[in-house]
Design a protein around this ligand. Structure first.
Ligand code: ATP
Length: 323
């Protein structure tokens, strides 16, 4: 890929904090293309924030290189025009209003002050513009943080967990903001724990684990490679047959499908789609009770996460159910 199409370049990046035995980043290499929404996923302590701090010029790598549009992030002075960063923690002044906060940062960036009002309007904060941000909800503060990061109209937006702790409506507003921003040909680097968010927004995702890239590709490709699509069957064993439930358990173990008792006599059965003899399994079930519902369950990024990082994921999204 031509270098000018690369927004973020990370090469052999290593970070060793003082007084720690193991390096937080162990020779990371990847690039983010211009105009891409790139997801950065990994368990707690994997090294995501460390990477972002180096990208934002707030921390120096021990070895290796990080560039934003060809500029080394070690030299922050060359960076700030190209880069907007939304940190998980607020870097705003609680006692000032939303408008005062944005005007303060607009002056720092040499941006026309009207831009502050425009952004507050765009992000639905015009009604609260003159209120101290100490009175804002979490969702409003996150939107204001995005406004602050976009004040100088940067080409690259780096976001650290922008929707963590937000309700689905507030998260949706931020998702729309990301998509709108990307529509202008800009680049988003999105660190998140929300697999459904990454799946729906990102062109490519990288999984980082213990300071190393464990997998990197398009979500669809990773799901195909590491995910486990399944057929989910709700089944009620024949109530007249006293051995039906025991036979079902034995058959499940032999045939390799997972059995979960739902309410009463109804079992939810996950049959992996990679197994042979799907028809025979359904046939077996239909002779020993009643099949109530059948639906297919797509492989999920949550499964990819568990497979490539070995970490257990607390996933809230309804379509992610692990057998
Ligand atoms: P989380 O999802 O919990 O935010 P993370 O992926 O952002 O985690 P980092 O915060 O980058 O992970 O931490 C990576 C490793 O570096 C961890 O082992 C952490 O304890 C260590 N670490 C981070 N900051 C420092 C520091 N200032 N000094 C020493 N060790 C640190």
């Amino acid at each position: 890929m031509p270098l000018e199409n690369i927004a973020i370049l990370v090469q052999d990046l290593t970070k060793q904090y003082k007084k720690t035995n193991s390096a937080a980043l162990k020779g990371l290499s990847f690039h983010v293309r211009q105009g891409e929404i790139f997801g950065y996923l990994g368990p707690n302590g994997a090294g995501k924030t460390t990477t972002i701090r180096i990208m934002a010029g707030l921390s120096q790598p021990t070895e290796g290189l990080c560039q934003i549009f060809g500029k080394n992030t070690v030299d922050y002075s060359g960076l700030h025009n190209d880069l907007g960063v939304v940190f998980e923690e607020s870097n705003l002044y609680e006692r000032l209003s939303g408008l005062e906060n944005l005007r303060f940062f607009a002056r720092l960036h040499g941006v026309p002050l009207d831009r502050a009002k425009d952004l507050l309007y765009q992000y639905g904060l015009e009604g609260a513009a003159k209120k101290p941000i100490g009175t804002y909800s979490k969702g409003m503060k996150r939107r204001l943080l995005i406004c602050r990061a976009l004040l100088h109209d940067p080409r690259v937006l780096i976001m650290d967990e922008p929707t963590s702790g937000l309700d689905p409506t507030s998260a949706g507003v931020i998702h729309n903001a990301i998509l709108q921003y990307r529509k202008q040909g800009k680049t988003v680097f999105l660190s998140t724990h929300d697999m459904a968010e990454a799946d729906s927004l990102c062109h490519r995702v990288a999984f980082i684990n213990q300071g190393e890239i464990a997998a990197l590709d398009e979500p669809q490709i990773l799901k195909r490679r590491f995910g486990k699509p399944a057929l989910v069957v709700e089944f009620s064993p024949d109530s007249k047959d006293p051995h039906a439930a025991a036979a079902l358990e034995k058959h499940a173990a032999d045939a390799g499908f997972t059995l979960k008792q739902e309410t009463g006599e109804v079992h939810k059965i996950h049959i992996p789609l990679d197994r042979q003899g799907l028809g025979a399994k359904l046939d077996w079930l239909s002779h020993r009770g009643q099949i109530l519902t059948i639906h297919s369950q797509e492989a999920s990024l949550g499964q990819v996460f568990q497979n490539v990082t070995g970490a257990h994921l607390q996933d809230k999204s309804p379509h992610i159910m692990d057998p």
